[in-house]
Write a protein that binds this ligand. Structure first.
Ligand SMILES: [Mn+2]
Length: 346
């Protein structure tokens, strides 16, 4: 994938707005991951170093493994009575790594109604009409990379306290520097963050090596339940509420399996179907790099990246959801095969 240019005008517009601010609320997506938390925390530390009032308010709790990224007082979970007035008082609201306005969860309406100006810093594709100052760079390795441009424009030096959360976001979102978006520029940023004090091994151990035995067993069972179709090219697994109840786990504990679909030889696409309600399913899909998944995601009102998308399918029975998604993927595999065949003949 070509490395996207840095949109300097937009970076400057975001920096100008932040420099003029006095009271900033930073937020990220529901169940924030390392990139969501890392960018938000790095940003509030940078803004505080400039003398701004800045706080991170999340619409939901975060997974345990990312909790090392904040110190007490830096991460707050939305409480209507406390945070609604703060949101109203903020002159700037920043969402990082959002990936869709609905991913503001219970903060979507309060953010929409807040009078402050609204910035989004992201690398996902979606309609971002909520934000007056968007900085969305599709194809950037991570929101951490995009935020690093803003920090440079702000003139904030990269301290160890800023380097660590940014490195966590960058490393996690590039699959530890392996995915398609791992550009020379992303690796250069990684080196810069390490030079500034980020400790790669410590961060990797925090994010990747603190899984419970229970979570590993659940993961093993999901792999054992994996269905393989289309001559080994298409894999999928369904997680229903009974499964969650039986193992006493939350939906988020099952998500990681999607990162392993593409490790299997010959697999072109993989999907996780996670039951949220009787007719509500969270679907996460991964592509090995030949199938663009964004049209599928958008047809369900979701988004993401070309080769990694997510969406929530509403008003479709859990039993029927696979038959709505898998044939689309099977057809896309055939289209990609045919295109490749034509290219070889030509
Ligand atoms: Mn991200």
């Amino acid at each position: 994938m070509p490395v996207p240019d840095i949109p300097h005008d937009q970076v400057r517009a975001v920096a100008r707005r932040l420099l003029a601010s006095r009271d900033v609320v930073v937020t990220s997506h529901i169940t924030p991951d390392a990139d969501g938390i890392g960018t938000a925390i790095a940003l509030i530390r940078a803004l505080r170093s400039l003398g701004k009032r800045a706080r991170m308010i999340s619409c939901s709790t975060a997974p345990k493994e990312v909790s090392f990224l904040w110190r007490p007082g830096e991460f707050e979970v939305w409480q209507q009575d406390i945070h609604a007035p703060q949101l109203k008082d903020a002159d700037v609201i920043v969402a990082t790594d959002l990936g869709g306005t609905h991913r503001l969860g219970r903060m979507e309406v309060p953010v929409r109604e807040a009078p402050g100006s609204k910035i989004v810093i992201d690398h996902h594709a979606y309609a971002e009409e909520l934000f007056d100052t968007p900085l969305v760079v599709m194809g950037a390795s991570s929101s951490a990379e995009v935020v690093s441009w803003v920090l440079d424009e702000l003139g904030v030096p990269i301290s160890p306290e800023i380097a660590t959360p940014l490195y966590a976001g960058l490393a996690a979102d590039t699959g530890w520097f392996a995915y398609d978006a791992t550009s020379c520029r992303a690796l250069t940023l990684a080196a810069r963050l390490v030079a500034a004090g980020a400790l790669p091994n410590v961060i990797w151990r925090e994010l990747e090596c603190k899984k419970s035995i229970l979570k590993m067993r659940v993961f093993g069972e999901l792999l054992a339940n994996l269905k393989v179709e289309h001559a080994g090219r298409l894999v999928h697994v369904k997680v229903d509420r009974q499964f969650l109840k039986k193992h006493q786990v939350e939906p988020r504990d099952t998500f990681e399996v999607v990162n392993h679909f593409m490790r299997m030889d010959g697999v072109e696409a993989g999907a996780l179907f996670l039951q949220l309600g009787s007719d509500k399913t969270k679907v996460s899909v991964r592509s090995a790099g030949r199938i663009d998944l964004l049209p599928l995601a958008k047809s369900f009102g979701g988004g993401g990246h070309r080769f990694a998308v997510g969406f929530t399918a509403d008003h479709i029975a859990f039993d029927e959801i696979t038959s709505r998604v898998l044939p689309v993927l099977a057809r896309e595999i055939e289209v990609a095969d045919e295109a490749e065949k034509q290219a070889t003949i030509a």
